[in-house]
Design a binder for this molecule. Structure first.
Ligand code: ADP
Length: 496
């Protein structure tokens, strides 16, 4: 099949979170399975300056943005020795900026215009480049208009006749919700601005648009696929998603082991595998303690956290827990994150008070994220909700026992250590069920207890996690099935 992916992030060009990991890896995996893959990204400043060779396709055109003529140029790079084509929508006014979605003052105020332009340009470019895809696979709200263009035949592009659309929800909380006056920027007729299609409580909702027009919908874990159909996690779209449940499934993200594997990770102090993890992790821990200016000690357990400072990630639960326990517990805390200031300030204050127990870095550092995965003994993810989560999967491979809240992809990928799972040989981590201070406390204390009192069980958890295979091969096979089902669906409806 020929698959065109439309996304706002892909490694190594632009990343703020897991979306980038997925869109950098899945196309390569699909290409190695014999498919043709082309990826469309906005031509952000950092993407065009990634250092990889970029050429001009000589395809350029003008898009009518509610009466304003805006020019677009399509640039091209490749990944994996040319196996995957990457196309950039180049328009400096929209994309030659420092941030992807905003700056220190918040989201860019013209985001609906920027990403409407992106979608309009992709629809045009796929036509002009004669890509003729079988599937257009859209990711998150930034590409939500594309399924609508296909189904409404917007602009009568030839490629619409051959393609079915798939919409993947990486995080339902981010919907691309804008005031209704932005509707003309989409180019679509006002007739589609109704509660069953693009409208959401009087606003324009680009993720809802993608969901309602796509032939098939996926999200990034089976548990999250169920959760988002319920009011608690449905972010107002649970009803829409329930009405689509016959064409909605969850597929757990894979890990790119060419990047995330301690056997050949070049960010870490010493490479290791399951056969020599004790010495390897000890060296990486020492290095991490040095980098983070914590007292060096092999015996003291190190608990790592990496993630965006956003409410979703459970910082509100962690803060009182750390305040209460940091002095009492024999553990060191290593935290890397960036985002909302209120969480950063609380952590910074703790790091100031307990410099021997906790060290925090407020930045985005890929290299440090790798060092934490390798050097920590445990990795904590107390997320309130987590569509898939990647760090727990990286942690399993790095022999860093995950401590997680039972939600979304965390529930699907980590098996709690209890009498039953120890006996059945399935335990890989520590899972707490209720999103509460007490459950988090019990979870961390149980893990610390096993670490210090039962080294042989700890070793079993580490080694079992390291031996698991969460590579993309499995997930890519599921996506192939989804692509076929999307095409069947489009055929049933007489569009293919
Ligand atoms: P989300 O997409 O919700 O942010 P995921 O767990 O799916 O969460 O993916 C997060 C990805 O971003 C992981 O690869 C993680 O290592 C990385 N990451 C998050 N914050 C940082 C940071 N401050 N520095 C480096 N990497 C980070």
């Amino acid at each position: 099949m020929h698959i065109v992916m439309v996304t706002a992030e892909a490694v190594p060009f632009a990343k703020t979170g897991g979306l980038a990991d997925v869109c950098g890896s899945l196309p390569i995996q699909l290409a190695t399975r014999g498919h043709q893959c082309s990826v469309f990204l906005p031509g952000y400043r950092r993407a065009l300056q990634s250092g990889l060779p970029i050429e001009d396709t000589h395809v350029s055109f003008v898009v009518d943005m509610a009466g304003r003529q805006v020019s677009c140029r399509i640039l091209k790079s490749t990944l994996h020795n040319g196996a995957v084509s990457i196309y950039f929508v180049d328009q400096p006014h929209y994309f030659d900026r420092n941030g992807l979605y905003g700056d220190e003052h918040g989201d860019y105020r013209d985001n609906s215009e920027r990403f409407s332009f992106f979608c309009r340009s992709v629809a045009e470019a796929v036509d002009r480049l004669r890509l003729n895809p079988d599937i257009v696979h859209c990711h998150d709200w930034q590409s939500g208009l594309i399924p609508a263009y296909l189904r409404t035949q917007f602009g009568n592009k030839q490629w619409y006749q051959h393609a079915a659309s798939v919409m993947t929800i990486h995080n339902l909380a981010y919907q691309g919700r804008f005031w209704s006056h932005d509707m003309p920027l989409t180019g679509l007729d006002w007739q589609y601005f109704n509660w069953q299609q693009m409208e959401f409580f009087g606003d324009l909702n680009l993720l809802k648009t993608g969901i309602t027009f796509a032939d098939f919908i996926t999200t990034v874990s089976p548990t999250y696929a169920r959760e988002i159909q319920q009011p608690e996690h449905g972010c107002g779209l649970d009803g829409v998603l329930r009405s689509k449940q016959q064409r909605l499934i969850g597929i757990v993200n894979g890990v790119d082991y060419s990047v995330w594997d301690p056997r050949h990770d070049n960010h870490i102090a010493q490479n290791y595998g399951v056969e020599n993890w004790r010495s390897g992790k000890a060296a990486c821990k020492l290095d991490l303690q040095n980098i983070m200016r914590l007292p060096t000690s092999e015996a003291v357990p190190v608990i790592g956290l990496v993630g965006r400072f956003a409410e979703q990630k459970g910082w509100d639960l962690l803060k009182p827990f750390l305040e209460e326990s940091i002095e009492r517990l024999n553990a060191q805390w290593v935290i890397l994150g960036n985002g909302e200031q209120r969480f950063a300030s609380a952590l910074s204050e703790l790091a100031h008070r307990y410099p021997f127990k906790i060290s925090v870095r407020f930045e985005f550092s890929d290299s440090l994220a790798h060092k934490i995965e390798a050097g920590a003994d445990m990795f904590l993810m107390p997320s309130r909700y987590e569509p898939c989560g990647l760090n727990q999967l990286y942690s399993l491979r790095y022999g860093t026992v995950p401590l997680v809240h039972r939600t979304g992809g965390l529930a699907d990928t980590v098996t709690d250590c209890n009498q039953q799972t120890i006996e059945s040989g399935l335990a890989t981590g520590f899972v707490f069920g209720e999103y509460s201070y007490d459950s988090l406390k019990n979870c961390v204390e149980s893990a610390l207890n096993v670490y210090s009192q039962n080294p042989s069980l700890w070793g079993t958890l580490v080694e079992r996690g390291m031996q698991q295979d969460w590579s993309w091969a499995n997930s890519a096979a599921h996506y192939e099935t989804v692509y076929s089902r999307a095409r069947e669906q489009a055929a049933i409806e007489g569009r293919l």
